[in-house]
Design a protein around this ligand. Sequence first.
Ligand SMILES: N[C@@H](CCC(=O)N[C@@H](CS)C(=O)NCC(=O)O)C(=O)O
Length: 153
Amino acid sequence: MAGARLVYDLNPKGLVPVLVDPSGKVTVESEDIVDAIAQKSSEAISAPASPDAVEIRRLINQHLLPAGKQAKMFGQQADLGPVLQALDKLVAGPFMAGDEVTVADISAAPMLQRLFEDGMVPKDLTKLHSWWNTVNALPTFQKTMVSSYWWWW
Ligand SMILES: N[C@@H](CCC(=O)N[C@@H](CS)C(=O)NCC(=O)O)C(=O)O
């Protein structure tokens, strides 16, 4: 396609997602892309960054993603329980940081979706289950669902 830029031109690691904004600014890494889009949003999804919301994103990126990968791909769930328990304690409800969808929910949803669909979230983590029921019912979240999805690491 004329004018198309190879992923490698945009991200030397050759990974997606890659965001190119109208000014041509390139952003890589999912979390940075979430923040870049949130800052442009008319909704208040990026504000305010409560300490708990910051901790939720740290737990997701540093612990939930690797633990979820181990559990989903290799059946090793040892690291998954502790991070799910830590997240359950931090859920403000109904969304991660309170009454509104924020970047914490957007960071959390892809991996937690996969874990909930596979029944890997213990029933006694009631705040997380309540969060998932709320998020899963959002028409905006449903629009992101596809019948077969791929992994990112
Ligand atoms: N940490 C990166 C991971 C990106 C990543 O692993 N992307 C996968 C797809 S979801 C990819 O581009 N894989 C292509 C490949 O490995 O060749 C992020 O969160 O953006």
